[in-house]
Every structure is written in structure tokens, then in C-alpha cells.
Design a binder for this molecule. Structure first.
Ligand SMILES: [Zn+2]
Length: 83
């Protein structure tokens, strides 16, 4: 479980879940790194990340299978969604 804000420049300790925003991403393990049991279960894991109230007001999180976790400004998320 998360313990700090996902923004490395902030890293505020998580104290109150109601402050900020929790993000869930379903992550598929690469087949070569997954265990036999993980493959049997579909090799899926749900990762949780948290942005504190201050960061979540201006930033959002996305997860890319290749790039990993990305922190992007909210206005950029909105403009790319509009395209
Ligand atoms: Zn933060």
C-alpha cells in the first residue's frame, strides 16, 4: 500500500485518505518475470498510488505498461482527452 504522495518532488506522508486522491492501475506482469502462480492467475496486479490534496489539484497520474507511472499536469490530461 502507498505511504507517500506519488509526486517525488513532494512525497508527503499519507495520513488521511480523504485528503488527496487514490489511483488504481491494473498492471500485467511481463510473462518472463511472472511466477507460474501469477501466470495462472492472469499475471495481473493492482497497484495503488496516492496524490496528496495539493498535488491532486494540479496533477494526475497515468500508467503506461512500457513507461510505468507518469505524473502529468491536469491541464495536459484534459487537453489530450479533448483531441
Ligand atoms: Zn503531494
Amino acid at each position: 500500500m502507498v505511504s507517500n504522495c506519488a509526486n517525488p518532488a513532494c512525497a508527503t506522508p499519507l495520513r488521511y485518505l480523504r485528503d488527496g486522491r487514490i489511483y488504481q492501475f491494473e498492471v500485467r506482469s511481463a510473462p518472463q518475470t511472472g511466477t507460474a502462480v501469477a501466470r495462472k492467475l492472469g499475471a495481473r496486479r493492482v497497484w495503488h498510488f496516492w496524490l496528496c490534496g495539493r498535488c491532486s489539484s494540479s496533477l494526475t497520474l497515468t500508467f503506461d505498461q512500457m513507461e510505468g507511472l507518469q505524473i502529468i499536469p491536469l491541464h495536459r490530461a484534459y487537453s489530450s482527452a479533448a483531441v
